[in-house]
Every structure is written in C-alpha cells, then in structure tokens.
Write a protein that binds this ligand. Sequence first.
Ligand code: FNR
Length: 371
Amino acid sequence: PPLSEILNLHDFEAIAKYTMAEKAWAYYSSAADDEITNRENHAAFHRIWFRPRILKDVTKVDWSTTILGQKSSMPVYITATALGKLGHPDGELNLTRAAAKHGIIQMIPTLASCSFDEIMDAAAPGQVQFFQLYVNKDREITKRIVRHAEQRGIRGLFITVDAPQLGRREKDMRQKFEAEDPSEVSKADQGGVDRSQGAARAISSFIDPGLNWSDMAWFRSITNMPLILKGVQCWEDALEAYDIGLSGIVLSNHGGRQLDFARSGLEVLVEVTTKLKEKRGLSFPNEKFQLFIDGGVRRATDVLKAVALGATAVGVGRPFLYAYSAYGPEGIDQALQILHDEFEMNMRLLGACSIKEVIPEMVDASNIHLH
Ligand code: FNR
C-alpha cells in the first residue's frame, strides 16, 4: 500500500513483515525464547487508563521537552538498534536524517552497520546525539570508543547492562549469518565473530560478561558525558545507580530480546518512582536523575502514560526500523509525523497544554503491581 495509507506505527510492522528480506525481518522482529516479554511490553500499556481534564483552553499544545538538558521536539528518542543496513542500504543514516528533520535525538548503537563517524558526518550542524555502548572485554578498545564519542560531541553515554550474554532469538538463529553480505557486518565489529548462530550472536561475542558496578567509577574517570544505564529492571538497581551519581537509567528489557519473562519498562517505572521517593525523597521527572523507558511504545498515548508516571522520555526501536525498511527515508519521516499528530490530538483530549502538565493524576495506574 502507498505510504499515504499508513495510519499508525503498527501498520509499518504489518507491511515490513511481508516486504522485508526474511533474514532482516528475523533479526529485527525476533525476541528471546518464547517472546513473552516482547508481547508483554506493548500489553503493559493496556493496564493504564487516562483521567483527562476538561474545559481547559487547549487551542495551543506543546509536546516539546528537554532530555539530559537537550531540546527535543517530543518526549521520544530513537533508541539504539544494531545492523541498520539489513533493512535498507542507508541503514542508520535514515534515522540520523529523520531525527534532524524532526528535532529528536538518535541513540547511535555500538553495533551500527554504518561506522560511527559516517553517522556523525551525516548529522546536521548542532544535531544532538547519544551513544549506546557495549563494553568490550578489552577496556582499552572501550576507552578509545568512549573518548572518540565524547570528542565528536555525543551528549549522553548509554551503557547497556542487560546483555552480559545475548539472549536466544530463535527466529534469528534459524537464519544463518553470512559474512559475505556487507550489510550484515557492523563496521564496529570488535572481533571474535562466530557466524554460525544468527546475526545477533555473530556480532556480539566481544561483550564483557564481567562488567559490574565497580566499573562505573572507571567510566566516570574517562569521560565527562552523562552516564546512563540501559536495561535496569528493578528499584534496587535504580537506587544503586542514583546513589553512585549516574545521570539516569533506562528501564528496559531490550525489546524482549534478552531475559524472557522480564517485566515491561512501564511496570518497573511505577516501582522505581515509588521506592526512590520513599528512600531518597525524589520526585519525577527529575533533572538530576532521569528515568527513561523503552519497549512496545507504538502510540503517543503510550508515551504520555510513561511521562505522566515520571519518565523524562521514551525510546522507540522497531517501528522506525520497519518504517525505513518498507518505505525508505519517507517511511521514517511519516512515522515521526504520525507521532507528532498523535501528540497534538491526545494532549488536547487529555487537557494538557505542555509536557509539564502531564502529571500522575492524569492516569489510573492501579492495575500495576508494586514490588
Ligand atoms: C535492539 N536493542 C538494542 N539495544 C542495545 O542496547 N544495543 C543494541 O545493539 C540493540 N540492538 C537492537 C537491535 C534490534 C533489531 C532491536 C529490535 C532492538 C534494544 C533496543 O534499544 C530497545 O531496547 C528495544 O528495541 C525497544 O523495544 P521496541 O521499541 O523495539 O519494542
């Protein structure tokens, strides 16, 4: 169908499924084991309902915000997803260009298909970008990558902490990874490639399962970028991250691609805000310690629920991959335009003129259990 018939982010997935190369679809869509967490990610949003306010002048609504001190046209960023060229020859550059056009932030993955510098060179002047880091067993390699990212102006370092070993994504494993296809080889390939078990396993064998809390002081010593942990899944770890002075955390289960039966970021958000208030007197959103979630976000209403519950912003992954894989750069452009349109309408219907006015009282989260 023509792009003009695409009405929401789910549509891109439906079309990508039958237009993408089988191998690319397998890598992008797959999740761990029985894919229960992947399904739960979106389903969790169904447990939260709105409590809109009426009779407010909503002629003008503004859904722009700031993320780690940087302007963003909406409380959404493009999260890191590896191997962008599987779906389209321009790979991650599609995301970079669309992010510039729509005034949002892209998180560049360690395992991008394009090199880090290619992506930075494609950015518009002054375009803000974040970087997602997989930590190498060889810390000198990691140090070089981090320093280079900082030099090139990256404004936030998101260290992935939910992947000491890659989850089993069986859909992907059934598609053998073939090295000959250059679109599948990440320029950031850091060695130890085993090509017999699907794309995910092949590119990730350098990741250090020994990474632990005591490494965080080392990261602080090598960079001044804000440090954020990506993949926190309970309040105990959130509290630790706050106590050691990190800038934020992403409540995420890696799009259901790691531990199956991990809870959704949305569910974890509620316990994190509750416990950090109880234990440290924090309120959210909080400038000094920012909360992000990702996983299953497909509508502006999903984003608004997370924002109401204290998230600064949310990450979106697969929908943008599907959008450019199925329709090229116009696809991702349309995906972001759809989100903007949804924000305008839903902010009006919610009775919120700005993101600051999207407050906890605007949602009923009583179906979320506290732990
Ligand atoms: C990811 N994700 C991911 N995360 C990360 O920290 N490093 C990575 O290299 C990747 N690679 C990756 C590839 C693909 C194809 C997907 C779908 C996901 C996880 C990603 O950042 C995010 O947590 C989820 O994608 C969010 O869920 P949705 O929006 O895809 O449902």
